[in-house]
Each structure stands twice: as structure tokens, then as C-alpha cells.
Design a protein around this ligand. Structure first.
Ligand SMILES: [Zn+2]
Length: 358
């Protein structure tokens, strides 16, 4: 009976269109919306979409951290998959490709304006992704441009900026060693970013591999800029255990207690995912025997639910993974109480972005 009900629920979800599907597939066929973004109207759109998903008995998911390739993005497929999987919104950051950077010395990508014109209910415009080459070659100029545009256009979220970044499994396969990034968290570019966030309250995301020696400089920055809302992406993703001996739920708990504006996103591999360069299981959060989150991690999330946010970590090279990411995110939620599930799925995002309870 339980399964039948579940099946019926899934079928009803599949048939649902929560907000209109874009008519054209090409992002460039849409004119850019006027700036600054009309965040009051957008907020209404987002709430309507969240409510529509809730009304069919599904917990809406909001993805706080993903990026896309504006030249190769399938608007219609995305809209349909989002509706099929009960995904309310994706905070989407545009990627500047190598060619655009080299030809036009681009430090900013304006395509979220096309995105918001094409589909103003499913996406939350997020500033240009801090990745190779624009960010890694010119970190200070990149931050200055991001701040300038975010202010001018009224962006609600910035990131993700790769400070310490190892090659992703796909980049490793392609020998993209330039994706190994090390921009110190206390560098001049970083000070500009923290200072801006401290002053204006706009949250930003960092990619910062977990290494013992990286904690101290991050904590100094959090102390120096206590109002900066920092989302440290990929909770408990450890790729080289010998470099990260101190990291555990107790350490993260201490960080949250000392720095109430520190947040974490839950974009990490599934329980069997191995990081090839080190041959280690990269997501330390899973209990591989039970297939659930380790109780000490689940307890931490239960104790501080508003500090943990659902995230898919989609990139231009893995846009086809949307459905699987949604399934994995719901798998994570299963280890949490129903109250915490709702918070981690979408309410924590709402509170972080709008400073109000959903
Ligand atoms: Zn990342």
C-alpha cells in the first residue's frame, strides 16, 4: 500500500508543470532583462513555484550552488527535469570559457539576464563562477568586477569562488592540471570579497579543500569580517585524508558556534564515490554500511539545520546530471528528521538569501 501511494505520488509529480516551460531552447534567443533585477517580483515567482511543489506533497529542493555553460544550455530539458524532480530553483552561476576570456578578456558573464528573461521562476541569478581562467589569472580584477556588477544588478548571491581547489574527477580524467587552484583565503582578492560581504550582507560561496593548515587563515578572515555570510561548499569532502586529520563534526560544530555566519553546502559524492588521484572515498559523511549519513554528522545538521543547504554542484561539463543530483540530494535528506529535511531542502536557502523565515 505504502509503495502504491509512493508510486502514485511519483506519477502525479511527473505529470505536473509547476510554472510555464520556456518556449525556446536557446538562451541567446531571449533578450536580457532590465537591470537591476526586479527582486520583489522574482521573490513572488519563486514563492509561487515553491508552493506549487509543496501542494503536490513533495519537498521542494533549492540548489544553492551550480554553474552552467551559457553557450550550451538546454532550457526546455532543464525546466522539465526540474518539474519532474520537484526542484524549485537553481542558484545558477555562468561560466566564462577559455575562449571568451582570451578573446574578450571577459571577467563577467551577463547571461543570467537572459536566463531570467527565459525562465524567471526556476533560477536565482548568481554571480559569475570563480574558476579558471578569469578568476585564477586575475583574482583581484575578477572580484572587483563581480562586486561592481553584483551591486549594479542587485545580485542576491555570489560564487562559487575556487580558493583551494583540486582537480575534479572529470578534470583529472582530462589532465586539466590548471584546475588545481591555490589562491590564499587571506589574499588581497579575498579581503575585497569578505569586506564587501561584511558590509552588504550578500552571501558568497567558497570552494576550499579541507586541509589542516587551511583552517587557521579561514578563521582569521571570519573573525575579521564577522558579518560576511560564507558558504563553504562540499561538507566533509576530503580527498586526501593525510592532509585533513583534524576535520570532523566536532570541528565543524566549533566553527559554526564561533562563526554564526558560516554555512555549508551538501554537494558531495555518493557513498561509493572514489577520488581517483588519491584512491580514497571522498565523501566522509556516509556510513557505508547503512547507506545513511553517519549519526554524528546527521546530529550536527539536526542541531544547526539553517547552516546546511542542499546543493547539486552542476557544472558546464555535467549539465546532464541534474536528475541524478536531485535523487542524491533526496537520499541525503532521508537521514534527517522531517522538520530538518524541509529546512535543508529550501527553508535555509530562503532565510540566508532574504533574511526571513519561509
Ligand atoms: Zn566546488
Amino acid at each position: 500500500m505504502k509503495y502504491l501511494l509512493f508510486f502514485a505520488l511519483i506519477m502525479s509529480l511527473k505529470a505536473e508543470t509547476f510554472t510555464p516551460i520556456p518556449l525556446n531552447n536557446e538562451l541567446s534567443s531571449y533578450e536580457k532583462v532590465a537591470i537591476p533585477f526586479d527582486n520583489i517580483t522574482l521573490k513572488k515567482n519563486w514563492k509561487t513555484r515553491i508552493e506549487a511543489i509543496k501542494n503536490v506533497g513533495i519537498i521542494p529542493l533549492i540548489d544553492v550552488e551550480s554553474s552552467f555553460n551559457p553557450k550550451d544550455f538546454n532550457l526546455i530539458n532543464y525546466a522539465k527535469t526540474m518539474d519532474d524532480e520537484g526542484i524549485a530553483m537553481i542558484a545558477f552561476s555562468a561560466q566564462i570559457g577559455e575562449k571568451a576570456y582570451e578573446k574578450e578578456s571577459k571577467l563577467w558573464h551577463d547571461s543570467p539576464r537572459n536566463l531570467m528573461s527565459a525562465d524567471p521562476s526556476r533560477y536565482v541569478p548568481t554571480s559569475t563562477a570563480g574558476t579558471y581562467p578569469a578568476w585564477t589569472k586575475e583574482p583581484e580584477n575578477f572580484i572587483k568586477e563581480s562586486i561592481k556588477q553584483a551591486t549594479l544588478q542587485h545580485y542576491l548571491l555570489l560564487g562559487e569562488f575556487e580558493f583551494r581547489h583540486y582537480l575534479s574527477p572529470r578534470q583529472y580524467k582530462r589532465n586539466e592540471y590548471y584546475r588545481d587552484v591555490n589562491i590564499p583565503i587571506d589574499s588581497p582578492a579575498s579581503h575585497l570579497l569578505f569586506k564587501f560581504a561584511n558590509e552588504f550582507g550578500i552571501p558568497f560561496q567558497i570552494h576550499y579543500e579541507i586541509e589542516d593548515e587551511l583552517f587557521e587563515p579561514l578563521e582569521k578572515m571570519l573573525q575579521l569580517y564577522p558579518k560576511a555570510k560564507v558558504i563553504w561548499c562540499h561538507l566533509a569532502q576530503i580527498r586526501y585524508s593525510e592532509k585533513a586529520k583534524k576535520y570532523d563534526p566536532k570541528l565543524v560544530r566549533g566553527l559554526i558556534e564561533r562563526h554564526p555566519n558560516l554555512y555549508f553546502d551538501l554537494a558531495f559524492g555518493d557513498k561509493d564515490s572514489i577520488y581517483k588521484p588519491s584512491n580514497e572515498f571522498q565523501s566522509r559523511i556516509w556510513d557505508r554500511n547503512t547507506g545513511k549519513l553517519k549519526p554524528e554528522w546527521a546530529k550536527l545538521i539536526e542541531d544547526y539545520p539553517y547552516h546546511f543547504l542542499t546543493a547539486f554542484d552542476i557544472g558546464g561539463d555535467r549539465e546532464d546530471e541534474l536528475k541524478n543530483k536531485a535523487i542524491s540530494s533526496r537520499e541525503v535528506l532521508k537521514s534527517l528528521s522531517s522538520k530538518t529535511q524541509e529546512i535543508v531542502a529550501y527553508k535555509a536557502f530562503w532565510k540566508l538569501i532574504f533574511n526571513e523565515d519561509y
